[in-house]
Ligand binder design. Structure first.
Ligand code: UN1
Length: 497
């Protein structure tokens, strides 16, 4: 069946319309670049300006709309997502390539976030405390921040937008949404669903286009109060500079060089399964992907044999087909970037065990496929063990003991996710204490975070903020402390009478 490309618009100030530039761009299927998924407006800073003005204009009304009512809209959106899960998952596989099991998971993560944040609408808890003075009352409440710019990546086209949009809206902010230009269709679907659920049309805008034009205009706009960005470290650095200049609130979620550590007492089969899933799930295009697998010297040979065998069996193909294990990567530029790391790995002296090249056989000829790639004898300082590849490449690193393994885990500029496989409670608790990442797993892969607990990383993975869980409320609100003195006289804190 030849699917028809959808023609989509921006939603600005409650109206669906093209860009004032009149230009458009395409979203294509990375499994078959001849298939156009949708046509979208190539927007300009003039479009951004309109969207931000609309968001500013409606903020006062939206912040006064009771939070539980705001949250009910999100809950209804969650129900629509449940009904449309299968259709949206299929569309997502066509738009960004990952296999159907995983796109179903992406929609489910969006549902989970939507329900979770909807529940928070009846809480948004603050604090009431005693005052140090008689007849005086003290409390802290959460205030929305204002206009939020949400800039999202293509690897989780629905889940990550829900991490930002839903809590931002429940907290009473208005939002201008700039989705990745590789996955504009799924983003548009989310906005349509929020409107269908009853979101007032001017509370949320979506502006399609490039990071260069739309992203930049949004981040620089003086009427944007908070930028929430998930994407590359290079993008995050640029955004940081612009925001710093304006003292703009900024939440960044960027790279990772996550590691799975296999101790000598690990259940090896379980560890192999976790490593293959962490390294090659989503074709390695998760910020939580296991790009490094650190293996204790006592199980080095056995582990290597098992992981190689399992990796070689992975079937590449269109993610809609039931026997596909690994889909394409997102685009040609990503293929080139991944392959460059293969070249660097070889040059720096690592041994290529399998993969290391494009896959263009048969039905994959018109897609962006890269073979699952394993390097061994990788030294912790090598480029392929330090830089985020964002593709299906894993580096096997040998280590002598627990202490060395943990220090290798911690020895990169990132700190998102890490995992240890061990059956020994002492090893597990030592790792839980000493691994310096935002997310740490025991006997589970580096991927698979849940929405009701904080998500994010230490060091250069982020800038100290977390998404998901109650931590996200801290991103999308400011604290206001309120004192009420009902003594009828001037009371002086710290000074007394
Ligand atoms: C990301 O890759 O940016 O933990 C997010 C996971 C997913 C989210 C990944 N739940 O792998």
């Amino acid at each position: 069946m030849q699917a028809v490309a959808e023609e989509c618009k921006n939603l600005i100030a409650g109206k669906w319309a093209g860009s004032e530039s009149g230009r458009t761009f395409h979203s294509i299927n990375p499994a078959n670049q001849d298939e156009i998924i949708g046509v979208f407006p190539l927007s300009t800073s003039a479009d951004v300006d309109k969207a931000v003005k609309a968001a500013r204009g409606t903020f006062d009304k939206w912040r006064k709309f009771p939070a539980p009512r705001r949250a009910e809209i999100m809950f209804r959106a969650g129900e629509i997502l449940v009904k449309r899960k299968e259709e949206l998952a299929r569309l997502m596989t066509r738009e960004m390539g990952k296999v159907l099991r995983e796109t179903r998971g992406d929609i489910q993560e969006g549902i989970d976030m939507t329900y979770y944040a909807a529940g928070e609408g009846r809480r948004l808890l603050g604090e009431t405390t005693p005052s140090e003075l008689p007849d005086k009352f003290a409390m802290s409440v959460r205030m929305p921040i204002g206009v939020v710019a949400a800039i999202t990546p293509w690897n989780f086209p629905l889940a990550i937008p829900t991490w930002k949009l839903i809590p931002a809206l429940v907290c009473g902010n208005t939002v201008v949404f700039k989705p990745a230009s590789d996955t504009p269709l799924l983003a548009t679907k989310l906005v349509e669903i929020l409107l269908e659920a009853g979101l007032p049309e001017d509370v949320l805008s979506i502006v399609h286009g490039t990071g260069q034009e739309v992203g930049n205009a949004l981040v620089s706009h003086p009427d944007v109060d908070l930028v929430s960005f998930t994407g590359s470290s290079a993008g995050g650095r640029e955004i940081s500079k612009i925001c710093a200049d304006q003292f703009k609130r900024l939440s960044l979620e960027m790279g990772g060089k996550n590691a799975i550590f296999v101790m000598d007492d690990a259940d090896l089969d379980l560890a192999v399964e976790g490593a293959v899933w962490g390294a090659f799930g989503t074709s390695g295009q998760r910020c939580t992907a296991a790009g490094r697998v650190i293996v204790h010297k006592k199980v080095w040979g056995a582990f290597q044999e098992k992981i190689l065998e399992k990796t070689k069996k992975l079937r590449l193909g269109d993610g809609l087909l039931p026997d596909t294990d690994v889909g394409p990567v997102i685009n040609e530029a990503r293929l080139d970037a991944i392959h460059k790391y293969t070249e660097i790995g070889k040059k720096e002296g690592a041994t290529l065990l399998c993969g290391g090249e494009r896959h263009t056989d048969g039905p994959c000829a018109r897609g962006f496929f890269y073979k699952p790639t394993l390097f061994t004898d990788v030294k912790p300082h090598m480029t392929i063990a330090q830089e985020e590849i964002f593709g299906p490449t894993a580096a096997l690193i040998r280590c002598d003991d627990l202490e060395e393994g943990i220090s290798i885990i911690n020895g990169t500029k990132y700190g998102l996710s890490a995992s240890i496989y061990t059956q020994d409670v002492r090893n597990a608790f030592t790792a839980m204490r000493d691994i310096y990442t935002g997310i740490t797993y025991v006997n589970s892969s580096t991927i698979g975070a849940e929405v009701h607990v904080p998500f994010g990383g230490t060091k250069q993975t982020g800038n100290g903020h977390r998404e998901a869980g109650t931590a996200s409320l801290d991103t999308y609100t400011e604290w206001k402390t309120i004192y009420v003195d009902f003594s009828g006289k001037l009371q002086k804190a710290q000074i007394g009478e």
